[in-house]
Ligand binder design. Structure first.
Ligand code: AMP
Ligand code: TRP
Length: 329
């Protein structure tokens, strides 16, 4: 039997090349070797206020984008988290074995709560829900970007604690990062992770950006005061551009050095822009096709949910029995 893969993405903002290179590209690649479940995590999205109409639309658009980047419903189950009540159900049971101190130590919690006046409990609970997502399906491998590895580690800690309290129940999941591109930085601020929420139009390249917009953002990317690429002294902006190029083209380190050493930044940027535009073009084309096909998305999501709901149900029943909760005879 194939090992199972699970990963999720929030339907907030527009997906960008950081999401693609850090996670989605691996999702598409792994679906042929693993039994894959990919989830649009709308329950995670509402840990910060979302306009309901916009959230509804972004769920659809993200589903379309996941198909466009190559998720194949014949090989993967594509689902929306809130369609399967077991996610929230298991999250509660895991909440009860999770020390608050573990959650308060999470980098993402610290960053998100620092930016809020009042902190919703959901922001603190966020990684417990993520642990439930993963553990519900006995996922062995979790392909994510670097910023999520701490949450996968926490998932292991929660699973271990549950197992030691209530007996062997959960499989230990492992993080899978891409070899290149696990942490794509903002083009305007290469010290900060590229993010959907960061303001500023020069920050992220959206997967649906026009070729002109992509070129403009990349040509304006922050570099440093050196004139040319020096692999022994890479500033964060230039390193980021090279990473983006390498992650899209899959060139080897030797090819990268041979080609870009000594190149002027202006020329580097043009080549990066060309590579990104060429890689996104077929994705954008497929996205338009998918979104034009009436009823297709709804069918894919429905079938995905039907396929995996019994797995989730079985786990919840197992956990309930382990904890001594009421289960009808
Ligand atoms: P999110 O948009 O936060 O739901 O993230 C979806 C996936 O994209 C997760 O696996 C993240 O780790 C990954 N990701 C988000 N931002 C970046 C980034 N700047 N670089 C690499 N991976 C990222
Ligand atoms: N927290 C992840 C993110 O923001 C999304 C996510 C939710 C996830 N549940 C998951 C990722 C389970 C991997 C596995 O990127």
């Amino acid at each position: 039997m194939k090992a199972r893969v699970f990963s999720g993405i929030q339907p907030t903002g527009s997906p960008h090349i950081g999401n693609y290179l850090g996670a989605l590209k691996n999702w598409a690649r792994m679906q042929y070797d693993y039994e894959s479940i990919y989830c649009i995590v709308d329950l995670h999205a509402i840990t910060l206020y979302q306009d309901p109409q916009q959230l509804r639309r972004q769920i659809q658009e993200l589903a379309g984008m996941l198909l466009a980047i190559g998720i194949d419903p014949a090989h993967s189950s594509l689902v929306v988290q809130s369609a399967i009540p077991a996610h929230a159900e298991l999250a509660w049971m895991l909440t009860c074995v999770t020390p608050v101190g573990w959650l308060e130590r999470m980098t993402q919690y610290k960053a998100k709560s620092a930016a809020q006046e009042t902190i919703g409990d959901g922001i603190l609970q966020y990684p417990v829900l993520m642990a439930a997502d993963i553990l519900l399906y006995d996922a062995k491998v979790v392909p994510v970007g670097d910023d999520q590895s701490q949450h996968v580690e926490l998932t292991r800690d929660i699973a271990q604690r549950f197992n030691s309290l209530y007996g062997e129940t959960f499989v230990m999941p492992e993080t899978r990062l891409p070899a290149v591109g696990a942490r794509i930085m903002g083009l305007d601020e290469p010290e900060k992770k590229m993010s959907k929420s960061a303001p500023g139009s020069g920050h992220a390249v959206g997967l649906l950006d026009s070729p002109e917009a992509i070129r403009k953002k990349i040509l304006r990317a922050t570099t440093d005061s050196h004139p040319t690429v020096d692999f022994d002294r890479l500033g964060p902006g230039v390193a980021n551009l090279l990473t983006i190029f390498q992650a899209f083209t899959e060139w080897s380190d030797a090819q990268m050095r041979g080609h870009f050493s000594g190149m002027r930044y202006g020329d580097l940027k043009k080549q990066v822009a060309d590579a990104v535009i060429a890689a996104l073009e077929p994705i954008q084309q497929r996205y338009r096709q998918v979104m034009d096909e009436t009823g297709y998305l709804a069918r894919v999501l429905e079938e995905g949910a039907q396929r995996i709901a019994p797995i989730a149900r079985t786990t919840v029943e197992k956990v309930k029995r382990a904890m001594g909760l009421y289960t009808p005879e």
